[in-house]
Design a protein around this ligand. Structure first.
Ligand SMILES: [Zn+2]
Length: 410
C-alpha cells in the first residue's frame, strides 16, 4: 500500500516525537460504570459523620451492657428507616473465659517510652513485621482516664455474661438471590470513650452502604448482607456465632419452591474495622502527628495463610481497583496480613478481606493510632480529613460490591 508522502512525513514525525519527549506508555482513563458512579455519589461526608455521631450517643457500646443493647436497637431502627429488608438479630450466649495467666493485660495503661528499632527483626500480629518506631498498645480500663463525667457515667455499667445479639439486614438479589456477599463491621467497643473510630467508623460505613443499596431505584443481581457484629472485642464471638448458626443453611431454598433463601451461599466477606486515622508513625519523642497525613490510604488486607487466600487476594485487588476508579480523595493499598477482626473466622470458608485505616499488624499493632481503645476515641477527636478517609473506604466498598453483584440503577 502506498501512502502519500505528506502522511508518511507526519507519521515519522509523530514516532520521533513519541520516542523523545513522551513517556513510553500513555495514561489511559479507566472504564467508569456510570451507574456505580451515581451510587457512590449518594455517599456523603455529612451523612457519614452523622451516622458516626449517632453511634457515639451510646458511649463505648461495650458488649453485655444496656448501652450496647440500646445501640443495637438504634442500628436496627436506622436500617429499617433506610428500607433495608429482613432486619434480623442473631442471638447467642457469651460467657467471659477465665483470665489468662502470664498475660500483659495492663500494657498500655501507663504511658511507655517509644521503642526505636535498631535493625533487629520484630514480628507483629498476622505475620507482619514492625519497622521503625513503635509504641505499646492496650485497652484502657481506668474510668478516671475519661475526663468527661457524663461519658464516664454512661460507660460505668460493667459487662455481664448472658445473651448477645448481632444485627443484620439484606438486599435480596434479583437474579441470584441464592448467593451473597457479606459486608461487615463490629458495633461493640471498649476503653471508656465513644468507640467513634473503633468501630463506629466501620459500623457507620456499613450502615451508609445499607442506605444506598436499599434505595428503591437500585437493583443487584446477587444478594448483599449488611452485618453489624457484636463481641468483636472479646474475640470475634458475634461473627463466630453467625458462622456456627448459619454456615450449614447456605444456599437452601426455604420453603422449597418459594424462591426464598434465608441464608444465601456465601461468596465473600468484607470487614471494616477502624477507618479514619492514618497520621503516620509515632514520633521519637512519643508524640504523634495531630493531622491526617496527606499520604493517608485505605488498607485492604487478605491473609496469606488462609485456605481461600488466592481468591481473597483477587478480591482485595478488585477492591483496590474499585478505589482507583471511584474513590474521590485517598488511594488504597493491598497487604497479605489480615488479622484480629471478624473476617478472620470466615477466611478458611470464603474469600475474606478487611478494610482499615492502617494495616492491623505493622501499623495499628505498632501503636500508630493513639486513640485505639482509649478514652480519646470520641467523635470530637476527629477532623474532617479523618472522616473523609472513612468516606473513601465507603466509596471503595460500595463500588467493589456493586461491581461484584452488578448493582445498578433500574
Ligand atoms: Zn475494632
Amino acid at each position: 500500500m502506498k501512502l502519500p508522502r505528506m502522511k508518511l512525513f507526519v507519521l515519522g514525525f509523530a514516532v520521533v516525537a513519541a520516542a523523545t519527549t513522551l513517556p513510553a506508555q500513555q495514561p489511559t482513563a479507566p472504564v467508569i460504570n456510570e451507574s456505580i458512579r451515581t451510587l457512590v455519589s449518594r455517599l456523603d461526608l455529612e451523612k457519614y459523620k452523622a451516622t458516626v455521631k449517632g453511634l457515639t450517643q451510646f458511649g463505648d457500646r461495650r458488649q453485655g451492657t444496656k448501652r450496647n443493647r440500646d445501640a443495637a436497637d438504634w442500628i436496627e431502627a436506622q436500617l429499617k428507616s433506610y428500607g433495608c429488608a429482613n432486619v434480623e438479630r442473631i442471638t447467642y450466649e457469651y460467657k467471659t473465659p477465665p483470665p489468662r495467666t502470664g498475660g500483659n493485660a495492663a500494657a498500655g495503661q501507663k504511658p511507655q517510652a517509644p521503642i526505636i528499632a535498631s535493625g533487629e527483626m520484630r514480628m507483629g500480629p498476622g505475620g507482619s513485621r514492625y519497622r521503625g518506631i513503635t509504641r505499646r498498645t492496650g485497652v484502657n480500663t481506668d474510668p478516671m482516664k475519661q475526663p468527661d463525667e457524663k461519658l464516664r457515667a454512661l460507660n460505668s455499667e460493667p459487662a455481664v455474661d448472658g445473651p448477645r445479639q448481632d444485627v443484620v439486614c439484606t438486599k435480596v438479589g434479583s437474579t441470584h438471590p441464592e448467593e451473597m456477599y457479606i459486608v461487615g463491621a463490629h458495633f461493640d467497643g471498649h476503653g471508656w470513650g465513644e468507640a467513634a473510630n473503633d468501630d463506629g467508623s466501620g459500623t457507620a460505613l456499613v450502615m451508609e452502604l445499607a442506605r444506598v443499596f436499599s434505595m428503591p431505584d437500585v437493583v443487584s443481581d446477587r444478594t448483599i448482607r449488611f452485618a453489624l457484629w457484636n463481641n468483636e472485642e472479646t474475640g470475634t464471638n458475634g461473627a463466630r456465632a453467625y458462622i456456627e448458626q448459619r454456615q450449614k443453611l447456605q444456599g437452601k431454598e426455604d420453603p422449597p419452591g418459594s424462591g426464598r433463601y434465608p441464608e444465601p451461599k456465601w461468596l465473600g466477606m468484607i470487614q471494616h474495622d477502624m477507618m479514619m486515622w492514618d497520621h503516620g508513625m509515632p514520633r521519637a519523642d512519643g508524640t504523634w502527628n495531630p493531622e491526617q497525613r496527606p499520604e493517608a490510604d485505605v488498607n485492604i488486607e487478605f491473609q496469606s495463610t488462609a485456605k481461600r487466600a488466592d481468591e481473597a487476594m483477587k478480591l482485595a485487588f478488585l477492591f483496590r481497583e474499585a478505589n482507583e476508579k471511584y474513590a474521590t480523595d485517598y488511594p488504597a493499598a493491598v497487604g497479605p496480613h489480615m488479622t484480629n477482626t471478624d473476617s478472620g473466622p470466615f477466611m478458611d470458608i470464603v474469600p475474606a478481606i478487611s478494610l482499615r485505616e492502617n494495616e492491623r499488624g505493622m501499623h495499628t499493632g505498632a501503636g500508630w493510632n493513639p486513640t485505639w481503645h482509649q478514652p480519646i476515641d470520641v467523635f470530637a477527636t476527629f477532623s474532617d480529613k479523618d472522616f473523609r478517609l472513612g468516606l473513601n473506604a465507603a466509596q471503595t466498598t460500595l463500588a467493589g460490591v456493586a461491581t461484584l453483584t452488578n448493582a445498578r440503577l433500574k
